[in-house]
Every structure is written in structure tokens, then in C-alpha cells.
Ligand binder design. Sequence first.
Ligand code: ZN
Length: 491
Amino acid sequence: MDTKLTIYNTLTRRKEAFEPLTPGRVGIYVCGPTVYGDPHLGHARPAVTFDLLFRYLKASGYRVRYVRNITDVGHLEHDADEGEDKIAKKARLEQLEPMEVAHYYTERYRRAMEALNVLSPSIEPHASGHIIEQIAFVQRILDAGFAYVSNGSVYFDVEKYDAAHRYGILSGRNLEDIVANTRELDGQGDKRHSYDFALWKKAAPEHIMRWPSPWSDGFPGWHMECSAMSTKYLGERFDIHGGGMDLMFPHHECEIAQSTAALGHDSARYWVHNNMITINGQKMGKSLGNFITLDELFSGSHRLLAQAYTPMTVRFFVLQAHYRSTLDFSNEALQAAEKGLDRLMKGIEALDKVKPAAVSTVDPAELETRCRAAMDDDLNSPMVISALFDWVRTINSLVDGKQTIAAEDLERLKATVHRYAFDILGLRDEKAAGAASGRDYVTPLVEMLLAERMQARAAKDWAASDRIRDGLAAAGIRVKDRKDGSDWELE
Ligand code: ZN
């Protein structure tokens, strides 16, 4: 292991030297998406942040088991314990099986992640595939005395837990604040206190996603899947738990409480949180009209977008900010990222034009040292990018012959640049790679034709609509109509 990584631990609120529990091996658990809608800009940041961590640990010689879950059950409309299941609701509206919805959006998510060059995790467990483990985990909490059964549901006893372990250690809240901020009155519904949360919910008659349990036919609480699945795949103690800052409370706080209640200790050694993406200074939200999906970004088909942005532009944009800083999306910022990425890729391509000389006037070890120090300092990707930019200038003076480099140093420089730009930052040279893995020329064109076709259909010009569909089919693109538009895929 040649890394001296320090990482900011949200739990202790300071940077700590990273020491894995088992030498040479690292276990990471990251909360993944709830699969009831298209992946959006907000998904890009945690995905790229923890991909950077995954890549850096692997490049540093660790064996990493990276678990990122898929939430396909138990995430209710109002996040806490009330409302319809988000996936069941979508299924009801679209007249589909809930698992069709989950499968469809899981595939969409994977496709977007591939486009962003986010590596596939080691394990991607689904909540619905781990009901048995979740029931067993709930039972452990009941056996430990930190939960109670009420009318077929099981709730976590926050007050009792707080007296034994203190609830709120991650977010820095205490129970009095939480009580003061809760509008709900105690004694309503099945819970003893408004701040208690569901470990298992008895399903109402109309609720379609349900499983048998010792307490009722029902479904697990949203927080339960992460405690159960992290324990199953990483053990009762593991190294890093990650996720977006928005998950810190209540989700991660509840995970800590569940694991501590069942196991006697928190499972994760380091809690790592990425900051959020805002859009022109505003929080992203469907009601604000600034909700941008990744497909819309890649095709430019959203009224807030001045143009299409390639997946690598989006990735570079995310990496240009430190993961704990806020990141504000705007067309100007994305256009600047596009230019920056282009300059970096041209610099890397120019390396092939450098002719080795007898002696070196530059030292590539400087780049290696700077990049490693930056990554070791809590994954400081903007500092890595700035070091690479300094070396783009150096590469240009090597091409111009203003500086010289010996053959051995040139090889070393190429290896270092490739290692940091491609292996660790995970960038891809979209232009050089050509059509196969490079810039997507197809998506914006197909989207444009489909928009034409929608217009034709609205005007009841069925001939024009069919002509576009058949033309696309002849080009190997299959169009599938939905109620509110159409999808397409390559045959
Ligand atoms: Zn989680």
C-alpha cells in the first residue's frame, strides 16, 4: 500500500488517517438510488465521488469490496413512515408490476453510470431480495429490547436507545431538538413517539408490495435494508459508509441506531458524505422546474440547458469541485468544464508528439508527488486536475522543444498522466475514442426525430409519424411508445 490517505469522517468531524480494519482490504457501503424515476443530476455526484474513492483505493493496491444498494421497496412518499411506496405508486400510475418499474429504472441508472464511466460496484444488492435478512435484523433489535411491536408494525424505540447509546451522533442533533422540530403529536397512529421510526410496517389492504413476517404481512422500513445488507456482505464491522449529505439525517442516523442496537456497536468506521448539487443556486426539485435528468443533460433537451453536455463533461464538472464543497450547476460552469476537459485531453494527446531527448529538463516525479498528495488529502480531485493542467503547459513546451525529456522520463510521464486522468479520475477521451465509446452523436439526433414524431402525432399526421418510426427502425433503432412519450433502444 503506497497511500497515506486521510479522509474526513463525518462522525468525528475531522480528517483521519485511513487505516483499514484488515490490512490490504477495504469494505465500502454506499446508499444507492431508489429506482422509481430517471437518474438525474443529483445522482451523478455521489456516484462519481465514491467511484473516485473506489478507483483510488484499487490503484493504491487495496482489494476493495464496494457494495452499492438498489432501493426497490420501503421508500415511502413522505420519507418517514407514511405515504405510498414510491415504486408501488409509479407502478399504479403506469399499470405495471412494481418490479417492472424497479427493473426499468435500474437499467436506466446503470446505463447512465456506464456513460459517466462509473465502475460497477462489486455487489449491487436489492432491498426486495433481502427481506429475510431484514426480518432477522428486526428480530435482533427486538431481542435487544430497542424496538416494540404495535398493531403488526415494529418501531424503533428512540428514547430507550438514546438513554443507552445517544441518538443523533452523526448529525449532531439531540433528542430535544428532534422533539422540538416534530410537528406530529405523540400518541397518534401506532407509534409511541413521533420520532420513533418503522423497522417493519404492516401493509394496508391496498398495498401490493408485501411479505409475510412474524408480525404481519408487510414490508421493511426504508432504513432497515442498509443495516441488513451491509452486515450481510461486509460483516458486522466494515471500513467506509458513504452517501450524500441529504441522507445523513434521518437515514444514516437510523442506520447507526439500528446497527448499534442489534450488534452493540456501529458497523462503519468512517462515515463519508458528499455535498449536494444546486442549480443556479437553487436546490433541485421537481416542483421548482429545475429537475434535470442525466439523459436530458446528455441530449440537451431541457429548457434550462443551452446545449447538450457529454457524460465526460458532467464527470469533469463534478471532479473539479472537492466532494465536500457545494457544486452549483449552470450552463457557464458546464461550458467551462467542457473547455477545460478538451484542453486536458488535447494535452494528453500531445504527449504522443513529444520526441525523447538525451537529457531531461523536467522531472515527471513532480507530477506524481503532487497528484498523490492531493488524492491522499481527502480525495482532493481539483488539486489533481490543477497539477495535470500545469503539466499540459509543460507538455506543450516539450512539443515546442523549449524543454526536453529523456526517453525513460517520457514513459514515466505518460504512465503518470494516464494513471491519474484515466484510471483514478476515470476520465475518457470521448473524441479520440471515436463513435464506439466516445461522443454520443446518436442520442441528440434520435431525440430530435422523436420530438418531430410527437408533433406529427399531436397533429394526427400518422403517415409522418410512421415514416419516422420506420426510418429509425431501418437504422436499427427501435421506438417504444409510452403514454407520455416514447423510449428508444438500439436493436
Ligand atoms: Zn442507506
